[in-house]
Design a protein around this ligand. Structure first.
Ligand SMILES: [Ca+2]
Ligand SMILES: [Ca+2]
Length: 251
């Protein structure tokens, strides 16, 4: 199993004097999940001016800057670029949330000023690029080995949210139950997790224990490192039917 990238993709500093911008080394692709960018700090685009935050000087735009429609002193980004071409400069300011990637290429951040006029700048912005990891899949009730998500989490940085829907049956007769399982069948020693309702949705992270999920969890700090897998709480799987639909998000 390949190591998954963490939800924090990059952190770094954009100096206001850096006319070339700061390259992140992150190669983005339009097929990738949405990204979120946060920017803090303050900077000056001239020593005679006050310091401004990442939105720059809201009262001043200049046609000679990298992005004339944006405030002077604003944090910008560009994807691709150089001789290979690439996307336009785009305003970032204090950040953008759940942004759909529009171009392929390396992500670079810029300070919006006039080319050749960066020497009288000072200050810097701290920038973080984050990606939300999402997995959508199905847990068939007859899957004795559960379903692996390929999503690897760690206890230092990751909280997860899960939603589970659907109905399934865990035995002959075919009575169906939702993700919370059958409240009338608990402490069944044949089930993967006897303390939870039979026919409920379970999670297992890495080599950790089975844990009850039911209809879901919200912003749950993961208790173990490892790959996330889901299981159907039963002991004999080949007489089961139906499935649960699961959405897993790593924040
Ligand atoms: Ca300047
Ligand atoms: Ca069964």
């Amino acid at each position: 199993m390949a190591e998954q990238e963490k939800s924090v993709l990059w952190t770094g500093t954009l100096e206001a004097t850096n006319e070339q911008g700061v390259k992140t080394g992150l190669t983005l692709n339009t097929r990738d999940p949405k990204i979120t960018i946060t920017v803090t700090g303050s900077a000056k685009y001239a020593q005679s001016k006050p310091a401004f935050g990442p939105d720059g000087d809201t009262n001043y735009q200049n046609p000679n800057t990298l992005l004339p429609s944006a405030n002077v002193g604003m944090a910008l980004m560009r994807i691709g670029g150089g001789q290979a071409g690439g996307g336009p400069y785009r305003p970032v300011g204090t950040g953008i949330s759940d942004w759909t990637i529009r171009e392929d290429g390396e992500l670079t951040f810029f300070y919006n000023d006039q080319p050749g006029d960066y020497g009288d700048n000072s200050g810097s912005f701290n920038i973080a690029v984050l990606r939300q990891l999402t997995w959508n899949g199905k847990l068939p009730a007859n899957a004795a080995d559960g379903v692996k998500t390929g999503i690897v989490v760690n206890t230092r940085t990751d909280k997860i949210s899960i939603t589970v829907t659907g109905k399934a049956s865990y035995g002959p007769g075919g009575q169906e139950f939702g993700p919370d399982g059958n409240p009338g069948d608990v402490n069944n020693p044949g089930a993967l997790l006897p303390s939870a309702n039979c026919a409920s949705c379970l999670i297992k992270i890495g080599n950790g224990p089975y844990r009850f999920v039911g209809t879901g969890k919200s912003d749950w700090p993961v208790p173990e490192d490892g790959e996330i897998a889901f299981f159907y709480n039963d002991g004999i799987f080949d007489d089961n039917s139906g499935s649960f639909a699961i959405t897993l998000t790593v924040n």
